[in-house]
Design a protein around this ligand. Structure first.
Ligand code: MG
Length: 121
């Protein structure tokens, strides 16, 4: 499986990729914001997106709306990993098309469970 990790923090991208690597997923692309994420999706096929919310240029929610609006990417599972823990934010993200939601900071067990359930649903 190939993952696209979209986060403006290179440290957070590293943490998520290390977690995926430990779970046996070695094939990971990175992008620093939604616009870069869309460029990446235009150039390569991925199986799942893990995205932050708060990013410059294009936020995670704007990115997900664009992903859901495009025929080639609308079916991709999307996991949002963010510090936004308010119920209203979770509802907004789900409406934008997120399959699952992880609030930072997270444990490797949490992200593994959320990835598995996002893939199922
Ligand atoms: Mg951020």
């Amino acid at each position: 499986m190939r993952f696209l990790i979209v986060d403006d923090s290179s440290t957070m991208r590293r943490i998520i990729i290390n977690t995926l690597n430990k779970l046996g997923h070695k094939d990971c692309y990175e992008a620093a914001n939604g616009r870069e994420g869309l460029e990446r999706l235009a150039a390569a096929t991925v199986d799942m997106i893990i995205t932050d919310w708060n990013m410059p240029e294009m936020t995670g929610v704007e990115f997900i709306r664009a992903v859901r609006a495009s025929e080639s990417t609308r079916g991709l599972p999307v996991l949002m990993v963010t510090t936004n823990a308010a119920q209203d934010d979770i509802v907004e993200a789900m409406r934008a098309g997120v399959n699952n939601y992880v609030v930072k900071p997270f444990t490797p067990d949490t992200i593994r469970e959320k990835i598995e359930s996002a893939l199922e649903g």
